[in-house]
Design a protein around this ligand. Structure first.
Ligand code: FES
Length: 174
């Protein structure tokens, strides 16, 4: 049976220094530990704030196309005639989405009668009135929703972030 002396054990494990310098000072009753805030561990870059359109320039049920968060990411803003889930603006009726299908990235088309985006490649359908929820088809993820802010004084919509991963990306901000 192999026997190790205390000295050799400490050499092998490298814990001699730790043992030699470790000192604990217990807190007295009621004393708070000295905890200082550390920098947040952000792992993503901030989204830009980007002007999309004036609300008055949007026609009901006609998509207005723009790009966000960069020029390679096509999106559409839709103004419905009624309040819808996640809608913004005075009537809570405006939403925006990436127009790249989450299955394989084909451009989706807006069907104003159904209030859905339809993919011509493998026929996935996404519900624009219900936060881009995938309704049917090959896709397994909802359509990424562009989060909008409405500035009442300017009657203007701004894109401020994206909820969901844009097709083909590891991160929405590259
Ligand atoms: S790319 Fe849209 S369903 Fe396949």
């Amino acid at each position: 049976m192999l026997r190790l002396s205390r000295r050799n054990f400490l050499k092998l494990t490298g814990s001699g220094a730790a043992v030699g310098t470790l000192s604990l000072s217990p807190l007295s009753h009621g004393q708070q530990p000295d905890v200082r805030p550390t920098a947040s561990g952000n792992t993503t870059l901030p989204y830009p704030r980007s002007k999309v359109a004036k609300l008055a320039d949007l026609n009901i049920n006609e998509p207005f196309y723009f790009t966000y968060p960069d020029d390679r990411s096509p999106c559409a803003v839709i103004r419905r005639e009624k309040a819808i889930k996640g809608g913004i603006g005075p009537q809570k009726s405006v939403v925006a989405y990436s127009t790249q299908c989450t299955h394989m990235g084909c451009p989706v088309n807006y069907d104003k009668d159904a209030g859905t985006f339809k993919c011509p490649c493998h026929y996935s359908i996404f519900d624009a009135d219900n936060a881009g929820q995938m309704v049917i088809g090959q896709a397994t993820e909802n359509l990424p929703r562009v989060v909008l802010a409405y500035e009442e004084t300017e009657d203007t919509l701004y894109a401020i972030s994206v909820d969901g991963l844009i097709y083909g990306r590891q991160a929405n901000i590259l």
